[in-house]
Ligand binder design. Structure first.
Ligand SMILES: [Mn+2]
Length: 266
C-alpha cells in the first residue's frame, strides 16, 4: 500500500490522471490525500469530482477555500463565479453526490505513522496538533450540521482579533476556516493577513505562517497547498508546499508519504 499527497488539483483532470499513472496508483490498494481546492478555475472540475466520487474509499480531501465556497454556493442557492468554470457541475443531476462527497471531508488530517499534518493552507503557529485537530473537527461539525447555511453565510472575511475560545460559535467557525483554508501571512501580532498573496519574502512586516520558530524545532511534517506563488518552495525540510500552480500553467506535484519522493506532471 502506497500513500500519496497531491497539491491543488483545481479541476485539472489530465495532469491529475498523469500523476496517478506515473506511480501506477491502484485505488484498491493505495490512498490519496488531496490538500484541497480540488475544483474551480481549471477546465475539468466535473471529471475530477466523478473520479473522486467513484474512488472515495481511496481518497481523503482536506477542504480548501474553493471547495467550501462551492458547498456554500450550492447551499445558499448562489450562481458560481464564471471564473470557476463550474456551470456544468451546478446543473448536473449528480450535484447532490458531489456535495455529499465534499461535505463528508475534514479540514485537517494528522497521520501518526508519518508524523504528518495535512491541511489546505497550513496550521497556525500557536496551535498544537491536538488543538488543530479539535478545531478542524469543530468546523466540520458546523458544515455538516443542519445549521450549515448560517455558517456559510458568515464564512467570508476576516474574523475578530481575539483568542479563538473567546469567539462566539459563528466567528470561531470563521477563524478556523480562515486558518485552514485561506491563511498565508501573519502580522507581528500573529494575526492573519488575508490580503497579501505574493511570494514568501514579498511582504515587509508580514511573515509566512511557517516562518515561525516553532517550525524550526518541530519534527512533524506539515503538508499544504493554496499558495502557488511559493512555487513549491518553503526552504524547510519539514514544511512541504504542494501547490505548484498547475492551473496557472505549472506542474501538479505529488509526494509519496513513505519515501518522501516527489512526482510532477508534465
Ligand atoms: Mn486555496
Amino acid at each position: 500500500m502506497a500513500q500519496y499527497a497531491i497539491g491543488d488539483i483545481q479541476g485539472c483532470y489530465k495532469p491529475f490522471m498523469q500523476l496517478l499513472e506515473v506511480v501506477d496508483f491502484n485505488p484498491s490498494r493505495d490512498h490519496l490525500y488531496l490538500v484541497g481546492d480540488v475544483i474551480a478555475r481549471g477546465q475539468d472540475s466535473q471529471a475530477c469530482l466523478d473520479f473522486l466520487y467513484h474512488n472515495q474509499h481511496a481518497v481523503s480531501i482536506t477542504l480548501g477555500n474553493h471547495d467550501l465556497h462551492f458547498l456554500a454556493c450550492v447551499a445558499l442557492n448562489k450562481d458560481p463565479n464564471p471564473k470557476d468554470k463550474l456551470e456544468n457541475v451546478f446543473v448536473s443531476n449528480k450535484l447532490p453526490q458531489y456535495v455529499a462527497l465534499l461535505r463528508a471531508q475534514p479540514l485537517a488530517v494528522f497521520l501518526p505513522e508519518f508524523d504528518t499534518f495535512i491541511s489546505h493552507a497550513g496550521i497556525h503557529p500557536d496551535w498544537s496538533i491536538p488543538q488543530a485537530m479539535e478545531y478542524a473537527l469543530f468546523a466540520q461539525q458546523c458544515y455538516q450540521s443542519d445549521e450549515a447555511l448560517s455558517y456559510y453565510t458568515n464564512m467570508y472575511g476576516p474574523h475578530p482579533n481575539q483568542a479563538i475560545n473567546r469567539l462566539n460559535t459563528q466567528d470561531k467557525f470563521k477563524a478556523i476556516v480562515n486558518v485552514f483554508t485561506r491563511m498565508r501571512f501573519l502580522d507581528d501580532k500573529r494575526q492573519l493577513n488575508l490580503n497579501h498573496k505574493g511570494p514568501a519574502h514579498s511582504a515587509k512586516v508580514l511573515r509566512p505562517w511557517f516562518k515561525h520558530e516553532r517550525f524550526n524545532k518541530d519534527k512533524t511534517r506539515y503538508i499544504f497547498g493554496h499558495w502557488a506563488a511559493l512555487e513549491g518552495k518553503t526552504n524547510m525540510n519539514n514544511v512541504v508546499a504542494l501547490d505548484t500552480g498547475c492551473v496557472w500553467g505549472g506542474p501538479m506535484t505529488m509526494i509519496d508519504l513513505q519515501t518522501s519522493e516527489y512526482f510532477s506532471s508534465k
